[in-house]
Ligand binder design. Structure first.
Ligand code: GLY
Length: 323
């Protein structure tokens, strides 16, 4: 049985899932909007931002947990975006050798991607998620109200991952996103709920089949190999970098005779309609190959790339990284 994911449920209902001795982990932005829902529960409020994903912050959080009287009977609830989910899952995994945890993700990106999958990690130096664990939350609760106060760019950011899920696994979902883009961007609750359910379904199915990323879970890295390099280099938001990474890796698939130009254009069109910009000065993928050498997924002088054969149908190919 997989992790229970409650989609469309209000945060007010969380106490029917989380135990009495819950400590909330959140960030200052989320707390400013939603802290009134937390009641009297003890709370660790982090500054917002990716810089928090470090071992130094993990140590501070452990110390704060001890000051709050946490022990092996405690439970952590991460309420926030991807950074909060990662830190909550990681700290819960190492605190006193592991206590249970859950997520109430507050962004579309975290609801469809960061909260799902069991990878929890922190960065070291310039490298993302180099220190981490595989460990699943007890449950995930996706409150639709959290999405209504987000800036528009955050909806686009999350849509990059939804489009990724569609590209690698479901042509029907891809068509549905295209047909519903207007209502999605207007945040119509029923349409957002289906969007989230479908992405969660696709990601959970892949993760359950290959939890430790030995094989097909690598499909989820579609667009991320170049995307991570661009995110680091330019400081672009994750979804913007992933959408650029999708465009680049599709060129690679095109050059290898896998994807057709027509399918490539359909994907580019969908990314654009999601508010994910085109970059006219985007480098050719061959220039970025050198920069991906340090990626943790490199295998010798080769690297696994996820390439599309068509929309909904992805393959993993090992490609040489030349000097
Ligand atoms: N936490 C994100 C993942 O496991 O993919």
């Amino acid at each position: 049985m997989g992790v229970p994911v409650h989609v469309g449920e209000q945060f007010a209902n969380i106490w029917s899932h989380a135990p009495q001795r819950t400590i909330i982990i959140t960030d200052a932005q989320v707390h400013a909007h939603w802290g009134h829902l937390f009641g009297e529960r003890p709370c660790i409020i982090l500054p917002a931002g990716e810089e928090q994903k470090s071992l130094a912050v993990v140590e501070q959080m452990v110390n704060t947990l001890l000051e709050l009287g946490a022990d092996r009977g405690s439970f952590l609830l991460g309420v926030g975006g991807g950074v909060v989910c990662d830190l909550t899952g990681f700290v819960a995994s190492v605190f006193m050798r592991g206590i249970p945890f859950a997520f109430a993700p507050s962004t579309l990106l975290a609801q469809v991607d960061a909260s799902i999958g069991g990878k929890n990690g922190v960065n070291t130096g310039p490298f993302k998620n180099m220190i981490g664990v595989f460990r699943q939350p007890e449950f995930i609760l996706n409150d639709p109200d959290f999405l209504q106060t987000l800036p528009e760019s955050e909806i686009s950011n999350g849509l990059a991952e939804c489009i990724k899920h569609a590209c690698i696994r479901s042509r029907d979902y891809f068509g549905w996103i295209g047909a519903q883009m207007g209502p999605i961007r207007e945040r119509r609750a029923d349409v957002l709920e289906f969007l989230i359910l479908e992405s969660v379904r696709i990601k959970c199915a892949i993760v359950e089949a290959d939890p430790l990323e030995r094989d097909q879970r690598r499909l989820l890295n579609y667009g991320h190999t170049f995307g991570h390099v661009l995110e680091k280099r330019h400081g672009w938001p994750h979804g913007v970098a992933v959408s650029a990474g999708i465009r680049l890796v599709n060129r690679m698939a095109l050059d290898r005779g896998l994807l057709t130009t027509e399918e490539e254009q359909r994907i580019n069109g969908l990314l654009l309609s999601a508010g994910l910009p085109e970059f006219e000065d985007l480098q050719h993928y061959s220039e970025l190959l050198l920069l991906v050498r340090s990626d943790k997924k490199k295998e010798g002088d080769h690297m696994a790339f996820v390439l599309l054969q068509s929309i909904g149908n992805a393959v993993i190919e090992r490609i040489a990284l030349h000097d």
